[in-house]
Design a protein around this ligand. Structure first.
Ligand code: F6P
Length: 467
């Protein structure tokens, strides 16, 4: 038990924080701010609420900011040793827990839980403990703590031991694995993850499906949920922000440039993703190639605009995947392209204004993940689209629970079905497309980010303390 309590009354903990730093050539620090649901939520509760965001220093610039004591008000960055962070983030969170929840393993050869895994797991424990200790130090008596994601599954249990007075919530932004797949983890590790999570008063998930999978894992491996409550909060798109931001001048400029690349009078199939294994970009390209094979009438008349932004490039499997996306796009362009038509316009450099420009121009949005916690692109495109847009949506995306009725549903592994869905989307009547887009936009914005966050906070505070 810590002797003195801190001052923060609402605390958020996540691996990636709301701000990151670069060191300029002159040695000065440059801060860059991110967006997202948590940022909106914390701004909605106002500065007087005593909020603190605890996150990890990720870059050299972040570490330098911590050393210089240059951090922003309301943010505490933890300077966890780089090797410990790398083992926890790359080794365990992104190579094991992410793979388990998204069911990404090629099981004949992986995973292998060997001595190296055990060594990395010890770093994951150290990293989670650093968060738990910082939160215990900063939280006021009875404060609410909202822990985020698979990086920090052990924090609720550790924090509960340090500070039994706190209200502890945890939110998963990913799917949760079904028990048969979760069972791949070594038994003691599976139990440790679940017990860590069950240290929380309340656990939040993006859909009922992921919440049910978690409950089923607890029943099978941890003797049930105990006193922990479960809630579902389907994060929606931020309509006000998106509509305003997508009409700023830089977006108009990007639209003009994209129109040049696409060419006059052509239809567009748009996708925007991190270059992420679970997003299924390669099968998306294969489906597009199939469309050009099966329906030659689309040649010269359609362009696949694919933005695949760099992600997790420390992992070889992500670098290989990025290379495969580029190789396949080039292959399609070489095979079908003509002097006046590039069938795939692929961009790999992150540019938010250009993403919004593509959303506005899209005739069809392709969102075909193998498995996805929610997928906000599926929710954002209908909100931003200028003239209405048909949505081809994987049944394995969390967003499908809310958008499925007005989307064209696909099995993400079936590229023939996906190519037919693309054809159906391209030929949808304008009236149908407009009606569906309106309904999609309404469902997509039903729970705006600030409300999503406040609902969780209220539910956490309202519940009877479980201990
Ligand atoms: O979807 C889960 C998630 O951790 C998000 O919270 C985050 O935006 C995304 O994956 C990107 O992950 P990373 O922080 O590894 O770039």
């Amino acid at each position: 038990m810590v002797a003195s309590f801190g001052a923060a009354r609402v605390l958020v903990a996540s691996n990636r924080g709301p701000v990151s730093y670069d060191v300029g050539e002159d040695g000065s620090l440059r801060a860059r701010r991110g967006g997202g649901g948590l940022v909106s939520g914390l701004s909605a509760i106002g500065p007087e609420a005593g909020a603190l965001w605890v996150c990890s220093a990720l870059s050299d610039g972040d570490r330098e900011a911590v050393r210089r004591g240059a951090g922003e008000d309301g943010v505490r960055m933890l300077d966890i040793p780089a090797d410990v962070h790398a083992d926890a983030y790359n080794g365990i969170a992104n190579s094991v827990l992410w793979f388990v929840h998204h069911m990404l393993y090629q099981t004949p050869l992986e995973p292998v839980f060997d001595a190296e895994f055990r060594r990395q797991w010890a770093s994951y424990e150290t990293y989670n403990r650093a968060f738990a200790e910082a939160l215990a130090e900063e939280a006021a008596q009875g404060a609410a703590v909202l822990v985020q994601d698979y990086h920090l599954t052990l924090v609720p249990g550790m924090l509960r031991e340090l500070r039994p007075d706190l209200r502890i919530g945890h939110f998963s932004h990913t799917p949760w694995a079904p028990p048969e797949y979760f069972a791949m983890l070594p038994d003691d590790i599976a139990r440790q993850v679940l017990r860590g999570m069950l240290g929380a008063d309340r656990l939040g998930f993006l859909t009922r499906r992921w919440a049910d999978a978690f409950t089923a894992c607890c029943e099978r491996f941890a003797g049930g949920l105990g006193d922990t409550r479960i809630g579902v909060h389907g994060l929606g798109a931020d309509a006000d922000f998106l509509r305003a931001r997508s009409h700023e001048a830089d977006v108009d400029e990007r639209m003009a440039a994209l129109r040049e690349e696409i060419g006059e009078g052509r239809r567009t199939i748009v996708r925007v993703d991190r270059t992420e294994l679970s997003k299924n970009i390669v099968r998306g390209l294969l489906a597009y190639r199939q469309l050009l094979d099966d329906r030659p009438e689309w040649r010269e008349r359609v362009v696949h605009v694919a933005f695949a932004y760099p992600s997790r490039q420390d992992l070889a499997v992500y670098r290989d995947y990025t290379a495969e996306v580029q190789r396949l796009a080039e292959d399609i362009n070489e095979r079908y392209g003509t002097p006046g038509w590039r069938p795939v316009v692929l961009h790999v450099k992150d540019d938010f204004a250009r993403s919004l420009a593509a959303y506005r121009l899209a005739d069809v949005a392709l969102v075909n993940p193998i498995r996805d916690g929610m997928n906000l692109v599926a929710k954002e495109v209908p909100v931003v689209s200028d003239t209405g847009c048909a949505l081809v949506l994987s049944r394995e995306a969390g967003a499908h629970e809310e958008l499925g009725e007005d989307a064209i549903t696909v099995n993400p592994y079936d590229v023939v079905e996906t190519s037919r869905a693309l054809h159906e989307a391209l030929t949808m009547s304008p009236a149908d497309r407009t009606d569906r887009t309106k309904r999609l936009a309404a469902s997509a914005t039903a729970l705006p980010p600030a409300r999503w966050f406040l609902d969780q906070l209220e539910a956490l505070r309202e519940g009877t303390p479980s201990r």
